[in-house]
Design a protein around this ligand. Sequence first.
Ligand SMILES: [Zn+2]
Length: 281
Amino acid sequence: MPALPEYEVYAIRYATREARRSDHFIGGDPHDAPMAMDYFTWVVTGAGRTYVVDTGFTAEVAAQRKRNHLRCPAASLRLLGIDADTVKDVILTHLHYDHVGNFHKFPTARFHLQDREMNYATGRHMAYAFFGHSFEPEDIVGMVRLNFRGRVAFHDGDEELAPGISLHFTGGHTAGLQVVRVHTRRGWMVLASDASHYYEHMRSNRLFTTAYRLDDMIQAFRKVERLADSPDHIIPGHDPLVMKLYPAPKPDLQGIVARLDVPPAAIETSTTPAKQSATAM
Ligand SMILES: [Zn+2]
């Protein structure tokens, strides 16, 4: 059997906002303090393939929602030598506004999405602000249109996209959330997206405030842990610590792009020891 490809993995930080700890944990936090949130798009590249994971939000939506937009996620791909016009595969972990905006800037891409996410985003729950407020109706309508053009690739559960890269359904945060497992030079990593917004959620078994099913959110933590070679192989969806733990690929990209397929710096994040090699899936 040929060796698995070892992909390079990058995070591009495209927006940020000030927030407080009590915003991020169900039940609040006894030590309320500032807790900023970063917003990322991710890139997996290697073996002649490039996957963009999530497409962020636009400057217009940032203004509406009072987020601090730093750069366009699609245009920022050029920092890694990638032209959004030529990207063939975009993985959407879910359809929240901060993960699917800018889809129209990928004119030749197929969008990989869980069946259950499309059902959720076009179904009865969107009538309730608790569930619907994190979606932009225009994004969802856009995805429906793309589907009629054959540009949505639906997945149901766990599926391999190519050797060394697979999608894994977790649900919980939304009905159809999926995470991405990637084989790299340092082993199996998981882009957890909103299965764990910050390292702290997964490591303390506390839940983020935007939720579809709390039981599935807890089980998503465990599934992500099983899929990754160690806790340090898991990349949370919104944690500013990611930019501190991982190096910029070039000095002038400090604070903008982080390379994730190299070991993280040894600053304190782990509360659990690395487990033995995973028997994942
Ligand atoms: Zn989300």
